[in-house]
Design a protein around this ligand. Structure first.
Ligand SMILES: [Zn+2]
Length: 370
């Protein structure tokens, strides 16, 4: 009888210690800090056209784990726009940046072409430093969605003019011609200099700039492919942007875009996609290193949509070989993954609208909408 009593007490003790764990809440506490904690910095990384398939293609070809695999808090975002089941980068970039579903080709305006404020502009209002880095024109749809307000994404010169209306600290990419080879004959690089920017027109000068304001227009048009001369531009420029913005004691907001995963998708070019994806993942590794050391930085990695309707019909994990097939040379309508690391990153789990990313970033900063 006494023995049965001891066994029951023993079992009760075991249950008290181990039985209560709720397996649905978190699967790894390493990067989970109180989800209501306000963050100092947000680094938003967008792989343009990067679906789950593009990521797994990179994992296979790389034959060793990618940096993105380190992240435990993962969700999915729905990408349809206000005008189409299949979005473009303007509508999805605007949805992520402002929280508004809008029509394809819109930049920073709602479906009635009314300008809507972006997370970058809110960060500026709150005294944070802000930045944009892209492997496309800085005036291209995704970066433009965070700083410009135009009815049509192809009005590049108007978008360029909008860069002078927001006190952004750092912007780096291509598209110099939209600033100094303009129909209105204005040379906006002069105005940028007057506004205190270090206007840099070649990549090698970026790392040596000591300015707190950098206008890096390092390609006249679009940057070339990673394998065709762009090399580590995205990494070098992203690290420079972080170094520069991190001097601001109030913190910063930075958007980094790998633009050309999308172009590989449009070309149904598997090698192009994988090269650009692996370049992006190396930058992810550097950004995670920074965030891990800093402790007050929320890193969000996602896509604006998937491109190519890419499928993996075969492969060899040991040899790092894949056999990819495509259903379109345009974007597709699938949900895109969201990876989040750092304070409050658990708030990015689940399935939600791409517009929710804006709200989650506003909450992370502790900002309320005007
Ligand atoms: Zn595209």
């Amino acid at each position: 009888m006494k023995r049965i009593g001891i066994i029951i007490i023993g079992l009760f003790f075991l249950f008290a210690c181990f039985g209560q764990q709720d397996s649905t809440t978190f699967n790894d506490t390493s990067d989970f800090i109180e989800s209501s904690q306000k963050v100092k910095n947000i680094i938003l990384m967008i792989g343009d056209g990067m679906g789950v398939t593009q990521i797994y293609a990179g994992i296979t070809v790389n034959k060793s784990p990618l940096n993105i695999e380190k992240i435990k808090n993962i969700g999915f975002a729905k990408t349809y726009s206000a005008s189409d089941y299949i979005t473009d980068s303007g509508a999805s970039g605007t949805a992520i940046a402002t929280g508004h579903k809008t029509y394809n080709k819109a930049i920073g305006v709602d479906k009635d072409t009314v300008p809507v404020k972006s997370i970058l502009e809110y960060a500026e209002d709150h005294g944070k430093a802000t930045g944009l880095v892209a492997t496309s024109y800085v005036t291209h749809a995704t970066p433009a969605s965070f700083i410009s307000h135009q009815a049509n994404r192809h009005d590049y010169e108007d978008i360029a003019a909008d860069f002078l209306k927001t006190d952004i600290e750092v912007f780096i990419g291509g598209g110099l011609k939209h600033f100094n080879q303009r129909k209105d004959n204005l040379d906006m690089t002069e105005q940028l200099k007057e506004n205190g920017y270090d206007v840099i027109m070649n990549r090698d000068s970026i790392p040596i700039s000591n300015s707190d304001k950098i206008a890096g227009l390092i390609y006249k048009g679009h940057p070339p492919k990673y394998t065709k001369g762009r090399d580590e531009m995205l990494q070098i420029c992203s690290l420079k942007a972080i170094e520069t913005l991190n001097r601001n004691n109030n913190g910063f907001f930075l958007m980094i875009e790998a633009s050309e995963i999308d172009w590989g998708g449009h070309d149904n070019d598997t090698e192009y996609i994988v090269d650009e994806l692996l370049d992006f993942d190396r930058v992810v590794g550097k950004v995670l290193d920074f965030a891990e050391k800093d402790g007050n930085t929320l890193v969000i990695i996602t896509a604006d949509h998937e491109t190519g309707g890419m499928g993996l019909n075969g492969g060899d994990i040991a040899k790092g070989k894949i056999n990819a097939k495509y259903t379109t040379s345009d974007h597709s309508g699938v949900m895109v993954p969201v990876f989040a690391f750092g304070p409050g990153s658990d708030n990015f789990r689940g399935i939600y609208e791409n517009t929710e990313l804006f709200i989650k970033m506003m909450n992370a900063f502790g900002f309320s909408e005007d």
